[in-house]
Write a protein that binds this ligand. Structure first.
Ligand SMILES: [Zn+2]
Ligand SMILES: [Zn+2]
Ligand SMILES: [Zn+2]
Length: 94
């Protein structure tokens, strides 16, 4: 059987594939960098992201960049989690 596809970056979550979405938008509009895979393991046990790369959304190991809690169960984003590509930020201007 294959691997599941990330519903955001649409990549197949094969071992060593990090999410393409590097930042997350909070409910107040601030854009913050997402937690990265960095627990000393080479491949994330849940989403297969590689060390140093963003987790795929929904990964139970991704921490909230604001409170440090588990992202999928924290409240910092008002229940509406919006991921963005870093290039989208770079082209935003000003
Ligand atoms: Zn992804
Ligand atoms: Zn992960
Ligand atoms: Zn939080």
């Amino acid at each position: 059987m294959g691997y599941a596809n990330c519903k955001d970056c649409e990549q197949e979550m094969t071992p060593g594939t990090a999410c393409k979405f590097t930042h997350i938008v909070m409910k107040n509009g601030n854009v913050v960098k997402r937690d990265i895979q960095g627990f000393g393991q080479t491949i994330c046990h849940d989403c297969n992201s590689h060390l140093g790369g963003p987790h795929h959304y929904g990964c139970d190991a991704e921490r909230c960049p604001i409170c440090g809690g588990q992202l999928i169960s924290c409240d910092c984003f008002g229940g509406t989690i919006k991921l963005v590509h870093y290039t989208a930020i770079n082209t935003k201007g000003d």
